[in-house]
Write a protein of this length. Sequence first.
Length: 76
Amino acid sequence: MLVLSRKQDERIVIGPNIVITIVRVAGETVRIGIDAPRDVPIYREEVLERIRRDGPTKDGASELVDAVEGERRCAG
């Protein structure tokens, strides 16, 4: 695992088209922004674990994926 230190407003670039920006640091919480192509899935770990556990059901995982995708679109 690569471990990097970044300050607010600094970025990490992954490959040719993924950029992670440190948006805000407040206490023990770090807010990050991720700029990536739409075809690259991005999940918080707890959401991905729930999808894996519950399976891709219409009422469960798909709503979680929709919620995450919605957050991703709004944050842009």
